[in-house]
Structures are given as C-alpha cells and as structure tokens.
Design a protein around this ligand. Structure first.
Ligand SMILES: *[C@@H]1O[C@H](CO)[C@@H](O)[C@H](O)[C@H]1NC(C)=O
Length: 311
C-alpha cells in the first residue's frame, strides 16, 4: 500500500515537473516569446534586419510577380508606405522561378521576425531603376551609358540581386555573437542559413556566366561583381568583407584558387558586418547618419534611428 502511494506520488510529480518544461521548450522552438522576456539588445538586433528583409521581399516580389506586400500580405507592412519604382522584371522562365521562391522565402522571414519581436512599419524604399543605376555608377566611378536597368533582363536582375542578400547575410553573421536569448539565436541561425543560400544561388548563376559580357556595356559579369563588392568595402569602412566572383589567387580559398563562387575570409568563414557598416552601405552614403540610396528617409528600429537622430 505504501509502495503504491509512493508510485502515485512519483507519477504526479513527473507530470508536474516535466510537463511545464516541455511546454516551455515547445514555446521557444515555435518562436513565440511566451513567458520568457528578451533583453532590449536582443530585440534591437533582431528588429534591425527587418529593414533588409522588407527590401528583399519587395524587390523579389515585384521582380518576379509584378506586385508586392501590399497585395500578398498587407498586414506585414504595418501601414508603411509602398515602395517607389519597383516593377516586374523581364526574366527568363528559370530565373523567374528562382526569384519567386526567394520572394516567398522573404515573406516567411518577415513573418518569423514579427512573430518574435514587435517590429516596425515598412520603411520607404526606393527600388527605382534610377536608384540601382546610381549604385552601379558609383561602383564603376563613372555613369554607365545607358543607365543600368535592373529590371531589363535576367542577367541585370541577377546583378542587382547580387547587391542585396549578401548584405543581410553579413549582418546576421555580425549579430549572432551579440545575442543572448535562445529564441533569438535560433531565429538568426535560421535566417542566416537561408539568406546565405540565396546569395549562393545568385552567385552560382552569375559564376556560370562570369566571362560573359553584359550588353551594351561590354563589361564582364565577373567585373560587375568585383566592382560592386569593392564599392561595399569602401562604403562600409570596415575593411575587406566583400569579394567578387573572380579574385586574385591569394584571396581565394586557402590562397589556392581565383574562382570565388562563395565569399569567405582566410578560413573560408563568412564575413560579419555591424549595423553601422550595413547602414553606410544601404544608404549609399558611407555614413550611418546620412540616409539615402534605397532608404530615402532612413531605416527604422532603435539601432538605425539612434544614428539618424544624431545626424
Ligand atoms: C529614387 O531614387 C532616384 C535615384 O536616386 C531619385 O532620382 C528619385 O528622386 C528617388 N525617388 C524618391 C521619391 O526619393
């Protein structure tokens, strides 16, 4: 009899002690904040990349489908203004297929971040052909004639895409070691995995065509990527963190090869960038206090705003 009571107590204890724990870990793995309270720093670090995810979502949605978040998921915009100048690109069937997949992946990323932190409305994005043309003109140090049009064809669109997920990727690598909470670490690892996958696909598609001349400029695909990477290194003021598809051998993996389908440091590890470096690049101003480029009114969230207010 005493033994039965002991067993019953043990079973009751089992449910009392273990169930709440498994309930708790379930709530962590499904990205809901639940009972755990994140640090302000974690929240800021996770809200910051929303700026880039909005840009990627809109660029890929418009580029592949001809419309953006206002049509596919207006709630995610939180009432932010519609992007300027984004439009459907002239893409071949294969490229459109890939970009449409990226577009829906970005919608998922926005949902994932916003189910974990409150976030902010979509910032004003300037995705006009002119906005991209300015990036390409600065990359070459002189105006391209005719002005570069990201929406004109598949190769141009891929070159324009080369400009984007890589910056997000370096931001996630930079944020990872600063995060405290397991929910945040796991979310950033998941975002980083897919962003770097997107970058790898874009780079591989461009690498296949590296020696090809982009018309009417007569400049190779490889040269375009080297110029854009150099521009980002220059704007970021953070040293060498960006490299094109063909590099001097000593920059390649183990100093052994000049083909550079993936960017990586001397250990072939992904480069990380701070929010300041990222703002300098996406504002195209080289200055985190001076908005412009794709973000005429600046980026949103605590981190970006703290620099805008000190402008
Ligand atoms: C978008 O960017 C282009 C190129 O910088 C600029 O000419 C245009 O005025 C911008 N549009 C807005 C509304 O900021």
């Amino acid at each position: 009899m005493a033994q039965l009571a002991y067993v019953t107590t043990a079973i009751v204890a089992f449910f009392l002690i273990l169930l709440p724990q498994s309930y708790f870990s379930e709530s962590i793995s499904s990205h809901h904040p639940g009972s755990y309270s994140p640090t302000q720093s974690d929240v800021d670090l996770l809200e910051f990349p929303l700026n880039l995810e909005y840009l990627e979502a809109e660029f890929f949605l418009y580029g592949s489908l001809g419309y953006g978040l206002d049509k596919v998921n207006p709630g995610l915009t939180q009432g932010g203004p519609s992007p300027i100048g984004a439009k459907k690109a002239h893409l071949d069937h294969f490229t459109r297929d890939v970009i449409t997949q990226f577009a829906w992946q970005e919608v998922g990323h926005l949902r994932a971040i916003k189910s974990t932190v409150k976030g902010f409305p979509r910032p004003l994005l300037n995705l006009s052909a002119e906005s991209f043309a300015e990036v390409f003109d600065s990359a070459f140090g002189h105006p391209l004639v005719p002005p570069f049009d990201p929406y004109a064809n598949s190769i141009n669109y891929l070159l324009a895409s080369y400009v984007i997920p890589y910056v997000g990727l370096t931001g996630y690598v930079g944020a990872a070691p600063k995060l405290q909470g397991p929910v945040f670490k796991s979310l950033v690892a998941g975002l980083l995995g897919v962003e770097s996958g997107q970058d790898a696909v874009i780079r591989a598609l461009l690498y296949e065509r590296a020696p090809e001349k982009v018309q009417p400029y007569g400049i190779t695909v490889a040269e375009f990527t080297n110029r854009i990477s150099n521009l980002r290194n220059k704007l970021g003021h953070g040293g060498w963190k960006d490299e094109g598809l063909v590099v001097p051998k000593y920059r390649g993996a183990e100093g052994k090869i000049s083909g550079n389908v993936l960017a990586g440091d001397e250990f072939s590890l992904a480069y990380g960038r701070t929010p300041q470096e990222i703002l300098r690049i996406i504002y195209a101003s080289g200055n985190e206090h001076v908005p412009g480029g794709f973000y005429p009114k600046g980026a949103d969230g605590h981190i970006a705003k703290s620099y805008l207010h000190k402008a």
